[in-house]
Design a protein around this ligand. Sequence first.
Ligand code: ADP
Length: 701
Amino acid sequence: VLAIIAGKMRRTLGVFTNSMDTNSDLLHEGILTKARELDLDLLFFTEGMMQPVKSHILYYDLALGNIDGLIGGIFARNNILQRDDLLEFYRRFQVPIVTVNDRWNMVPSVIFDYRQGIRNTVTHFIREHGLRRILFVRGPEDQFDSEECYQAYCDTMREYGCYNPDLVSPALECLPHHYLPTKNQSKSEIVLRDYLLSFQPGRDFDAVIAVNDHWAIEAINILRSENYRVPEDVAVTGYNDSTRARISQPALTSVFLPFFEQGSASVDLLKQWFDGDLSSLCIQLPSDLLIRHSCGCWKPLAFKSSVQNDQNTGNNELFEMFQAALKSIFDQTELIELLAERLPLLGFDSFFLILYDRLEPYIYPQSLPEYSKLVMGYMRQRRFEIPEGGLKFLTHELLPDNLLNTEKPFAFIVAPLFFREQQFGYIMFETDSAAKKYYKFIYTQLNSSLWSIYLFEHQKRIEESLIHQTYELAYSNAELRKLAYVSSHDLQEPLRKIISFGDRLRQCSQGKLSPHEQQYLERIQYSAMRMHILINDLLDYYRIRAKNPPKKEINLSRICHELLEEDLEEEINRTNGKVEIWPLPVIKADPVQMRQVMFNLISNALKFHREDVKPLVIIYALSAAPGRALIAVDDNGIGINEAYYDKIFGVFERLHNQNDYDGSGIGLAICKKIIEQHGGRIFVDSKVGVGSKFMLDLPLC
Ligand code: ADP
């Protein structure tokens, strides 16, 4: 099967790896060199350690359909997937699989002769140093390489007749190989300490072989903390020849594994599979003891592995400047420009920045966003022109059309961009090996920059939408007001005509109309008059000046007295009612508007009286909060059902029919609008058949 990347003729291998740090460098170099030689493309899916992002899920979606074969196994050490799940994960791709460092039934693999290294170590101790009480620090029981080491230890010790099962530690968990010791001891560290110190080191055992360098160094630290000397009192060796082994004190004697050859052999195996002549299911490479100081030898430092030395110091200054700039960026465009300008100078030959095409970050287990956008990219130092906002493509295609259809084979590293469990997208890049040392920093910084940018833009979007909504609201309010006002005005004109032509018709037709016709005419005129009143009321309502009414000191009692004498006298007489005005406070308000409020309330109180009960209205002040006035207009009328307490303050809301009580239903709406514009509140308390109490809560000034 050829990968479905359009028009692409080379096969692509997917490599699932923990991280691109120096420990796995040799393996990667081996893979890379062989792939180039065999004209194969490579995609390294890295940063598998990032537990919260569940990157194996992401990789599944990204790699599926884009790889023709896969190299896996290293991923197993990240503790995310159990060993069996891992094989399941690989199998779902339905492409040829080659595993490294691990063996599954019927899956081709490239492993080391783990036993040989341990056998050589045991023999070295016994033959060269005459040490026979050799303790073994054992690794996880379900891990192939660690169990091989354990078996080799037992067998060789038996051969020399010095096997003692008490000298095998409990199986310790496998720590990630880039694990750095912290102050908080892990459970295994405590187990190892207790185990080692349950003996008298130097007497009960005189050498320690650890299943990896990490536990060897840990053992040295434990022994030293109890004042035992390494290697004088106890000799110690490790396994794997990690970077830490080389720099530890004393330099650690370890077992060297040919990782470069392993990488290159795994590519070879896949190629054989593609070509249909897989010669063997398993390639086993030798392991060998690498003697340094910790076993008691005093050989000069051995550097068998070809770890890259820092040859590229010239770029460091450039990198420092880049570092500083990267930290102070909060804008996506700026970030993109900075990356595009500096990364090629630092040795990143090809670089793609891909963001998911959605506003919010993607969080597992949502399904991966269908579309992504390439927002920045250059290939072999040539930058692509990308439209503003990015080049959209289907996420599972990994990159937009044809971008990977290169003349020479490519080797891209793919790493997810995320903050905690929120994922933004991924990066893909090719580096020269020297640039790799910058990668980790750039990667970490890029993740946090994208997070800040996201937060910043998120905030901006919220603010903008708020401003927009406020504007829309103000605009539609103003429009509505205008419409109501204009239409009310325009309605007056035809109405006036109806009324005046009605008058004329009545005059001309006097005596000529039947009683029925006469009644119809009257009803037309009555309705027209009523509409005239309604429109006028509506206009009054809209005329109440918005915002900051001109405030003056006003004496509410005086206003009420004036109303009784000038405007309400007729109504009082008609209803046979009585209005009592008790002392009221002086407040600062618009006198015309307050007069209107009091008029509406008192006239309502008189109007809605009970049949046969003379209306009695009392206006008084209640005790109020400091700086406020609370005024009540209390009547003994028909009362209001509690269900309508709010409704009655709406425009044209009435609880009665015109025949029972006349009115337009706008009086209380006007009161509410005026009172609220004064920073106050109007509300009612009432009991049907007993009376109502309208209350005004107003600021004193
Ligand atoms: P209108 O008085 O023109 O009908 P309002 O807006 O002043 O309109 O009042 C709305 C409604 O609230 C009235 O129709 C009436 O049903 C009720 N209402 C107002 N004041 C009183 C009151 N003092 N007692 C009983 N009901 C009242």
